[in-house]
Design a protein around this ligand. Structure first.
Ligand code: THU
Length: 162
């Protein structure tokens, strides 16, 4: 038996004002994305913004459905839009934020495992890491270099990819 330990590195900032301009501006885009959240069931709005190499910004927001499992997270709405429409324009960074009128969010919302798995697939596909920026209005900002930092045991099997 051997014991193993995995370290996760990320940077924490007090506010988005402490980020460099591209990251700061991307956070503002994630806030804009909150507007189109369709979340009448959870009342929990999530906004995601992708910065592409060309400078193009893509928005995503959570889209819920009365048939609950049919809904989709903000991150995957943005990422599948990228995969379907801009796959040759690499993703540099993804900013994610959340808002609800029901309670205060004091810590960034971490993307769910399914969204990280989708992010991992595209990171591998484009061969470049995607910076992940998680933030909320009244809490710190967390910045990770790429999805493997976040999900070290992500599922990947290159023999399944043609
Ligand atoms: N949600 C996201 O949009 N992203 C995540 O990574 C986690 C959760 C959404 C799904 C649902 O609409 C709401 O947040 C409450 O779970």
């Amino acid at each position: 038996m051997t014991d193993h330990e995995i370290k996760i590195n990320f940077k924490a900032y007090n506010s988005i004002d402490d980020l460099d301009k591209p990251a700061h501006d991307l956070c503002l885009e994630a806030v804009k994305a909150l507007k189109n959240s369709h979340s009448p069931y959870s009342k929990f709005r999530v906004g995601a913004a992708l910065l592409l190499q060309s400078g193009k910004i893509l928005h995503g927001s959570n889209q819920e459905n009365v048939a609950y499992p049919s809904g989709l997270c903000a991150e995957r709405v943005a990422l599948f839009n990228w995969g379907a429409n801009y796959p040759d324009d690499p993703i540099i960074a993804m900013a994610v934020t959340a808002h609800t009128d029901e309670f205060e969010i004091l810590q960034p919302v971490a993307s769910c495992g399914s969204c990280l798995q989708v992010l991992a697939e595209y990171e591998k596909k484009q061969g470049k890491p995607i910076e992940i920026i998680l933030f909320c209005a009244k809490g710190p900002v967390w910045v990770m270099k790429g999805v493997e930092t976040f999900l070290p045991f992500l599922f990947f099997e290159k023999r399944l990819i043609s």
